[in-house]
Design a protein. Sequence first.
Lengths: 109, 116
Amino acid sequence: RKEVEQDPGPFNVPEGATVAFNCTYSNSASQSFFWYRQDCRKEPKLLMSVYSSGNEDGRFTAQLNRASQYISLLIRDSKLSDSATYLCVVSTGRRALTFGSGTRLQVQP
Amino acid sequence: GAGVSQSPSNKVTEKGKDVELRCDPISGHTALYWYRQRLGQGLEFLIYFQGNSAPDKSGLPSDRFSAERTGESVSTLTIQRTQQEDSAVYLCASSPGPWEWAGELFFGEGSRLTVL
């Protein structure tokens, strides 16, 4: 089983839609959680950290469920510029951050 | 520049040749990471340097891969006797503190390696 698993998608949604991605992790000792965004043929960039109580940044909401070992990302009012691959990232405390394979989002006009 | 700089941006080589990839981290960042990303896949951890501590080499896929870092500056990833499965984008990242700091990783644009 992979340490971090994501649905690869693609998720094709119209502008203005709400879309949610889930990510599961296997190590219950995982300590820190993040969502990164990667545009096509570009380097990953931090989108937001994920806190235990859940957190929001504009149209983006991240949640953590430690009991079920998953994190989620909700994007409201999708924009064309949100089209990208969203990487779930977990720190297990054992080594450098572990990246999921990513979920591809395509927002259509 | 202020960001992580990698060179070369593109490298095409023949199977069996050695290649060197270079990474200049952000000044003052003590941690440096190398990841590999094959086409359409996620990031695969290779190696992690933190200050003067022994590097975490646990992600290196074979003894053909090695990396060095000079103090808290430049790092070089070397791949000996390249194979076609080594074709990938090699991404370098740095951060101001160690992984326990759990902060943001700043990535370079990557070195795209193609082994013919």
